[in-house]
Design a protein around this ligand. Structure first.
Ligand code: C2E
Ligand code: MG
Ligand code: MG
Length: 721
């Protein structure tokens, strides 16, 4: 940018300088033209006055009775004296000239004599006297007798005398004028012109053919013009224009150095001003660009860089991707890298360690996969673009990263953590967002796979996306058509095998009768926010079912309803719940809300507020899926839950000594915190025994009952009544 400004300033400068030069050049030529015109006028006047004099003398002579040459000579001598002629004379019919100097010359063979005898008055080109001492010009004027030319009157002057008329002082005496005849010989020249200098035409002929040809052509057409030529190493500017006598030309010339001298002074001053101006301009532009550049850098470092890791961010990748030609997308894949349970790392070790892990990831990527750019995305996500030939190369690259992490963990260079990676090829993908989402989908497929922490996006994922889109599209209609049903999974008191409650579990019953599991659609609706409406629908159905059961006289047990963690960001659900229990006249003690343990990863203050709002309305609140996520003891106590639902993954491990200890102590801890404990996913007698032995008495699982529809649940309730 700065360079462009510099170039523009230079171009402007040169242009400005050239236009100034053109103006000065024009000025100089105009001055030359003026001087030349004045010379032409004064020469014309002088020559014409000489001719007039001769004409009037001739007519006085013609009035004489007899043409007595000595008488005539005597009389005209006075005029010679008065007019400063060198000599005057009379040429008789035979061409013999008698002049006032007493000379008798034979001019019978001179052209001007013959022309005068033919009645043509004129003036000769300049010629040298026989002894070569003087350069002369002669006026001729025919004298008639009886209608015929009898004699010729002549007046001769020294060419040098005429030169004074060319001496109009111009250009401090540095400019001169010469008159040349039709063949280029000098006729007159100003006094201080040397013979050589006057020989412009020869000079041109020898050294400047083009200039000579131009002059020759113009002289033929009696045109004026400018000439530039060199003489003795000095450059001259000349102006030529025709006189009105003998097709002679006046050439006025001046050394270029002189004529441009003033211009150069002006130029120098203007140049100085220009230089200062442009320098100031360039300086200011430079300063502006410097600050602007810094500002831009700052902005782009805010917009395009991650402050913590110093890596470019996803925004930057977006721009790079948009400008990437499609052939560059070949053999490249986008990977999304996620640090598993990163919030737990922050919770357990503090954010400083968390930050260290993020920086570590960026660093080892550069070290292990140099040449493959990595970008920091939001939170604990990274994106990288890997170059590869075939899938095997990606796998080996990811393996390299994995091995490095494993090694560093073993060597205690970094705290233990795991990563998950989703991979999607760039090829054929026009939309980065789509590629990124595909990689995220692939990553989400890893869950639970302990053998491999990366996954490629493939057709199966694609079908899943299509299916998810269909869920989204059909949601409203399904709500309207009542396609969502609430099923109930009874909870049992393991001590007496009595039903002591149930969990409301949603099912999507398609028009064709097929059931869709919530595992499939809940994440989709959580993703797009439709879960808010769906949970509301579940609460409404549960309230309705409960009202129906109550009206039929059943011993209605408390039903727990799952509240998605998405509500924590949209707290309007509390008001809705209030309205619904009022509308259906439900005692809050009959409804329990379950909030999944993973909600702890979000904002705990909002979570606590929601829990206490629900408590204030009289509801119990359970912590669901305990053990799958990341909840810590501190958050457990802070959130004041009523019940802890031990996740199936815990229960499944009953029998493993270490897990037995953990489960045992978890139950003990919950009890000490005055929390009830429900075991979820109880499938075996051994599990029942272990749990009861360890003071967990409520179970929900296939051992007792799978989730059942409303009527089946009612019949279970009625059997127990
Ligand atoms: P969850 O709240 O943890 O529900 C327990 C899940 O475990 C249910 O699956 C249930 O059928 C299953 N289960 C219970 N005992 C056993 C057992 O012994 N063996 C096996 N294999 N599974 C057992 P389901 O109904 O498919 O629900 C899955 C998840 O979907 C629920 O997990 C909950 O997170 C979510 N969900 C279900 N209904 C709703 C709802 O109305 N609202 C929201 N927000 N989420 C819901
Ligand atoms: Mg639940
Ligand atoms: Mg659960």
């Amino acid at each position: 940018m700065f360079f462009i400004v510099l170039v523009i300033a230079l171009i402007l400068f040169v242009y400005h300088n050239n236009s100034l030069r053109r103006v000065v050049d024009k000025e100089a030529k105009a001055t030359l033209n003026n001087v030349s015109s004045q010379n032409v006028i004064s020469l014309d006047n002088e020559i014409q006055s000489g001719q007039k004099l001769l004409k009037s003398l001739a007519s006085s002579i013609e009035k004489l009775q007899e043409y007595d040459i000595s008488y005539i000579l005597e009389n005209i001598d006075d005029y010679r004296d008065a007019y400063g002629f060198y000599t005057m004379g009379v040429i008789d019919k035979n061409g013999i000239c008698y002049n006032t100097l007493g000379e008798v010359l034979d001019l019978s063979n001179k052209d001007y004599f013959e022309e005068a005898m033919d009645g043509i008055a004129g003036i000769t080109e300049s010629y040298m006297t026989e002894d070569n001492s003087l350069r002369l010009n002669t006026y001729t004027q025919p004298i008639y007798k009886d209608g015929k030319v009898e004699m010729v009157l002549t007046a001769t002057y020294k060419s040098s005398d005429f030169s004074e008329y060319l001496d109009i002082t111009s250009f401090d005496g540095k400019g001169h004028s010469i008159v040349i005849d039709t063949v280029g010989n000098p006729v007159y020249m100003s006094n201080n012109t040397t013979d050589d200098q006057s020989n412009i035409v020869n000079e041109l002929k020898e050294n400047d053919e083009d200039g000579f040809r131009q002059l020759e052509a113009d002289m033929k057409e009696l045109k004026s013009g400018y000439l530039e030529y060199k003489y003795e190493g000095e450059e001259y500017l000349a102006y030529y224009e025709p006189l009105h006598i003998n097709e002679w030309y006046l050439i006025t010339y001046v050394p270029k150095d002189y004529i441009y001298q003033n211009a150069d002074i002006i130029n120098q001053n203007v140049l100085l001003v220009d230089i200062v101006m442009y320098a100031v301009l360039v300086l200011f532009t430079g300063i502006f660009l410097l600050f602007y550049g810094r500002y831009q850098n700052k902005i782009s470092s805010i917009v395009f860089y991650d402050e913590l890791t110093g890596e470019e961010n996803a925004e930057y990748l977006k721009i790079q991707f948009d400008n990437m030609p499609s052939n560059e997308k070949e053999n490249k894949s986008l990977i999304v890298l996620d640090i598993d349970k990163f919030k737990v790392i922050n919770l357990m070790y503090g954010t400083e360690v968390g930050d260290h892990v993020l920086k570590y990831i960026a660093r080892i990527f550069h070290e292990e996969l140099p040449g493959d750019p990595i970008y920091k995305d939001r939170a604990d996500l990274f994106i990288a673009i890997l170059k590869h030939i075939g899938r095997d190369e990606i796998i080996s690259k990811l393996q390299r990263v994995n091995d490095r992490i494993k090694r560093d963990i073993e060597n205690k260079k970094i705290i233990p953590f795991e990563i998950s990676i989703g991979v999607c090829s760039l090829e054929g993908g026009e939309d980065l967002h789509r590629i990124y989402s595909n990689a995220l989908i692939a990553k989400s497929e890893i869950k639970g796979n302990v053998n491999q922490n990366f996954k490629f996006f493939d057709e199966q994922n694609k079908n899943k996306i299509i299916e998810n889109r269909q869920f989204e599209a059909k949601f409203q209609e399904a709500i309207k058509n009542g396609e969502f049903e609430v099923w109930y999974q009874p909870k049992y008191d393991m001590r007496n095998n009595e039903v002591c409650g149930a969990e409301a579990l949603i099912r999507w019953k398609k028009v064709n009768g097929s059931l869709i599991s919530p595992v499939k659609f809940i994440p989709v609706f959580e993703n797009n926010g439709q879960i808010i409406r769906l949970d509301e629908e579940v609460i409404r159905i549960v309230c309705m079912d409960m009202k129906e059961m109550m009206s039929k006289g059943y011993d209605v047990k408390p039903v727990s309803i799952n509240l998605s963690r998405i509500h924590l960001k949209h707290p309007g659900i509390i008001e809705k719940i209030k309205e619904m229990i009022k509308e259906y006249e439900i005692d809050p003690s009959k409804i329990i809300f379950e909030i999944t343990e993973s909600a702890f990863l979000d904002d705990n203050r909002v979570l606590n507020k929601t829990v206490s709002d629900l408590h204030n309305l009289g509801f119990e609140v359970d912590i669901d899926d305990y053990g799958t996520g990341t909840s810590t003891l501190s958050s457990l106590s802070a959130s004041n839950f009523d019940t802890l639902k031990l996740d199936k993954s815990f229960i499944d491990k009953i029998g493993d000594c270490r897990m037995d200890i953990i489960i045992k102590s978890t139950i003990a801890m919950a009890n000490q915190l005055n929390m009830k404990v429900i075991a979820e996913g109880v499938e075996t007698k051994e599990q029942v025994d272990f749990l009861t032995d360890n003071h967990c008495f409520i179970a929900q699982g296939y051992y007792y009952s799978k989730p059942v529809n409303k009527s089946e649940y009612i019949s279970i309730l009625s059997q127990r009544c």
